[in-house]
Design a protein around this ligand. Structure first.
Ligand code: ACO
Length: 460
């Protein structure tokens, strides 16, 4: 017998305390007005100075989750980290996080790091769920952590950066339950976005190819999900987007997600029987013979489906893009920041008992689509969502930084990446209360961290 209702019991999000405004960045970069804001759909971009690295982000998000939910370190039996921000080729971020468990004496915690671009967080989450559903499970919680600092060299990709971290407490009888038998995965070899230069934080990106890979992975995962759904629910009258009340996507930039919803509708259209198609999709007959492979950059298909099905995007996806537009691409936490956005942007009663579809993508490439069922217990769900009451105030408490200063801080990161010994120069007072930061790197590349003062009960 598998344990019941395995899923997310608590979720914690972290984003940088400083951001650059995308309209100001357009001007600074000499891009045409509207390119980043309308063309890419981005409003602000969070970034970290050299005071923060992937270890500090994970230390902060895990500490905050344990504090906010009053979870004792002994209650964690597995801790998984998904990240593509590599500061050490051997030592895992997980091992750094074990400092948080040292005082409790709990060293019996399975799990290490997982890397594949933006997909590592989903792999960490799946590993956590699988552990709880396995014979290795000892009854304790698992913690899936994802964190990244997304930075690009100067140029077209720079406005699609961001940073952040998410920690998810996984256990039984959860308010957000993973629907069994409904995971659809697609993996293949591609050089769309990768980081072959181990001395640099910047990726090598083929922007156009990365978009094609993302959309084709979406096609494959969605079609497979539909098949699995039809098998699990043979009496379902409808198989398609109507089965989801909300739909979350990995979000490199918000415009791609708008296109992805249209792409999913296009899949439903192609898979529809001829009679149904005429009824459900009037006026679209000219696309009857279209194929997926030939339409990745077909403006007519893209524009028509985006315009005609804008209501699907509005109803199922727009609310999940709050953090993505305000912070940018967090890489591994991106799709889970979509989950947090959905939770804080809806009244809880609108989500009780609903099905949330999730599409996770990591270049290179690895992708999965799966679904989450929200508990039908409105009291339990309200309590779960109430714990996220800090998100919007914290988002509004961030400090805006001029693009010139942002650019200088990027140069400091760029110059000193992997430097040792090294003492960071970034402002400590600019960080939120209770944030771990890099104090120094010694001549043996050993990193030490300190924490800014917490406020009152240590939770923000
Ligand atoms: N006003 C309004 N819209 C504008 C303006 C303007 N002044 N100027 C351009 N645009 C629009 C364009 O028409 C385009 O929209 P469309 O695709 O809907 O037509 C959009 O803005 C972007 O303009 P492009 O010229 O296509 O942008 P460019 O090629 O310079 O860069 C890209 C975009 C490729 C996404 C780049 O930022 C990049 O490489 N990012 C990183 C890779 C990435 O995020 N890939 C996604 C999946 S992989 C991952 O998650 C990392």
């Amino acid at each position: 017998m598998w344990p019941e209702n395995v899923g997310i019991r608590a979720i914690e999000v972290l984003f940088p305390s400083q951001y650059v405004d995308q309209t100001e960045l357009e001007q600074f970069d000499g891009a045409s007005a509207g390119k980043y804001t309308i063309g890419l759909g981005q409003t602000k971009m969070g970034f970290c100075s050299d005071r923060e690295d992937v270890n500090s982000l994970c230390l902060t998000v895990v500490t905050r989750l344990l504090e906010r939910h009053q979870i004792k370190p002994q209650e964690i039996g597995r801790l998984e980290v998904g990240t593509e921000t590599i500061v050490d080729k051997s030592k895992s971020v997980k091992s750094v996080l074990m400092q948080l468990f040292a005082d409790s004496g709990n060293t019996d915690i399975e799990g290490i790091d997982t890397t594949n671009a933006c997909y590592g967080g989903t792999a960490a989450l799946f590993n956590s769920i699988n552990w709880i559903e396995s014979s290795s499970w000892d009854g304790r919680y698992a913690l899936a952590v994802c964190a990244d600092i997304a930075v690009y060299a100067k140029g077209a990709a720079r406005p699609t950066g961001g940073a952040g971290a998410i920690a998810m407490l996984v256990g039984t009888n959860a308010p957000l339950v993973f629907e069994r038998g409904l995971r659809a995965t697609h993996m293949e070899h591609a050089y769309d976005f990768y980081k072959p230069d181990l001395s640099s934080e910047y990726p090598v990106v083929d922007g156009k190819l990365s978009i094609q890979c993302y959309l084709s992975a979406l096609d494959t995962c969605y079609q497979l999900y539909r098949k699995k759904f039809a098998k699990k629910y043979p009496n379902a009258t409808e198989v398609g987007l109507d089965n989801f009340d909300a739909l979350l996507f990995h979000t490199p930039f918000c415009k791609l997600v708008q296109k992805s919803v249209a792409r999913a509708v296009f899949n439903d259209f192609l898979l529809c029987s001829a009679e149904k198609r005429a009824l459900k999709y009037p006026g679209l007959e000219r696309f009857n013979d279209a194929t997926l492979a030939s339409t990745y950059f077909d403006r007519d298909v893209e524009k028509t489906f985006m315009t005609q099905f804008a209501h699907v995007f509005e109803a199922k996806t727009r609310k999940s893009l709050l953090l993505a537009t305000e912070v940018g691409n967090m890489y591994t936490p991106s799709v889970y920041s979509g989950l947090v956005s959905l939770l804080v942007n809806n009244a809880p009663e609108q989500l009780v008992g609903k099905r949330i579809g999730v599409f996770s993508y990591g270049s290179g490439l690895a992708a999965s689509m799966y679904s989450i069922l929200v508990t039908k217990d409105d009291k339990v769900f309200q309590q779960f969502v109430a714990k996220l009451d800090y998100v919007l105030p914290l988002l509004n408490a961030r400090e805006k930084v001029a693009p010139e200063v942002f650019s200088q801080l990027m140069e400091v990161r760029e110059k000193n990446n992997h430097a040792a010994p090294y003492t960071p120069s970034g402002s400590v007072s600019a960080l939120f209360p209770g944030t771990y930061y890099l104090k120094e790197v010694d001549d043996k590349h050993r990193r030490t961290y300190e924490r800014t003062l917490t406020i009152t009960n240590g939770v923000h």
